[in-house]
Design a protein. Structure first.
Length: 417
């Protein structure tokens, strides 16, 4: 499946007929007439979610009321769902919890990593990251660098290794770049950062649930990730946070809320951090959102990650091949080599990327646009079919050849792109 031979629409149908993941598409509620290539921004609704959320609302909240913190196990949801996500990212039981947003969790772990490096090597002054890392990651790193009297050093991906030196405190990277889909070698870069005496913080927003991740085998130090992309947890789903057990108890995380206390229901005025990863909790768990996220995580656990990755590569390679043969004027912005690419493909157009994407969406093919020039397409192997790839490229070719993207309605910017 890694090198699909699909020169006709019928070939794509044949690939779908032999797809070992085909039956998992039934886990999702997919709108009729829509080809959804934006699971890297918001995953599709699992069929089980509505009933589960209704159960939480009507029975556990409606009937059980506050008793459900105990009787329905609400208080354990951050750890329970965290243990499920841990299976997808190479972490152990009790090492990962669900809490807050990706941005808030990044603040927690980057703060902890900086405290550790400053304690061990006070002279280290640099946080190194990729220039095109997701902006919120850079904003948080910039504020923490200022607070700690450090510098945030932004470099191109090919220049990262040369900046891993005696000045390095923390290397902070998103494993799969949000714009291009470029996949970093977590193990190699972590090893290089450690050899230089620094620590690593990894953002798994575009890799958790999309490809095999192994935090422990990579010897990573800290990681955070998103619940509403490939984990299908719904809009605004809570995120997750992981700390390598060797670091988990070295420092308090800076948001020392009551749920991260060793005994929250003793209600003591002094803070005593919980042991291990539990200290990275902060406020009261969002129960309804956690219930929805658990349904989404279960959809991914239904698949073998190696098989899922194999199909992801096949889908993205087919998409690249078809776009380049039929859609002149678009330039591949993602790595061509599959092993260096996540589960998305980005194409650039120098002047008309936004209206082209809007015209494509109007035709029922949903991707998204990332400024200044990127048309971005995400491929979720659990529900994306080879025939979807063929039909999506057919619609994209028609948008380009017809010139309909020039219509004023497609050039009006919406708040979310």
């Amino acid at each position: 499946m890694t090198s699909p031979q699909a020169t006709t629409r019928q070939d794509c149908l044949a690939l779908d007929a032999h797809d070992p993941l085909a039956s998992l598409r039934e886990q999702f509620k997919l709108p009729e007439g829509v080809i959804y290539l934006d699971g890297n921004s918001l995953g599709v609704l699992p069929r089980s979610t509505a009933a589960r959320v209704q159960q939480v609302v009507a029975q556990e909240w409606g009937d059980g009321l506050i008793r459900s913190w105990n009787t329905a196990g609400w208080i354990d949801l951050p750890q329970r769902v965290g243990n499920k996500i841990a299976q997808l990212v190479g972490a152990g039981d009790g090492e990962l919890v669900v809490a807050d947003s990706t941005s808030v969790n990044l603040f927690k772990v980057l703060s902890a990593a900086l405290r550790i490096t400053r304690a061990d090597s006070p002279a280290r002054k640099c946080i190194v990251s990729e220039r095109s890392n997701f902006p919120t990651d850079l904003y948080i790193a910039e504020s923490l660098a200022r607070e700690h009297g450090m510098r945030l050093v932004l470099v191109e991906p090919e220049d990262i290794a040369q900046h891993l030196n005696a000045d390095l405190a923390v290397l902070m990277l998103t494993q799969v770049n949000y714009r291009t889909g470029r996949l970093h070698d977590m193990a190699a870069l972590t090893q290089a950062a450690h050899a230089a005496g620094g620590l690593t913080v990894w953002d798994l927003a575009h890799s958790a649930g999309a490809l095999p991740v192994d935090l422990r085998a990579s010897h990573a130090d800290f990681a955070v990730g998103c619940g509403y992309k490939y984990l299908n947890g719904g809009p605004g789903a809570p995120a997750f946070v992981w700390a390598n057990p060797r670091h988990a108890e070295r420092f308090w995380q800076p948001l020392s809320g009551w749920m991260g206390h060793a005994a929250p229901f003793e209600f003591t005025p002094d803070y005593r951090p919980a042991s291990g990863i539990a200290r990275y909790l902060c406020g009261t768990p969002p129960v309804i959102s956690l219930a929805a996220l658990e349904c989404g995580v279960d959809t991914v656990l239904a698949a073998d990650m190696t098989t899922l990755r194999r199909k992801s590569i096949a889908l993205t390679e087919l998409f690249i091949e078809l776009v380049e043969s039929r859609c002149a004027g678009l330039q591949l912005a993602s790595p061509r080599e599959a092993s260096k690419r996540g589960s998305q493909v980005s194409f650039a157009h120098p002047s008309a990327g936004y209206p082209m994407m809007q015209a494509l969406i109007a035709r029922g093919v949903i991707g998204d646009f990332r400024a200044p020039d990127i048309l971005r397409f995400g491929f979720t192997p659990l529900y994306t079919r080879f025939i979807d790839v063929w039909d999506a490229v057919e619609q994209l070719a028609q948008v380009l050849h017809s010139g309909e993207w020039r219509e004023p309605r497609f050039n009006q910017r919406s708040a979310v792109t």
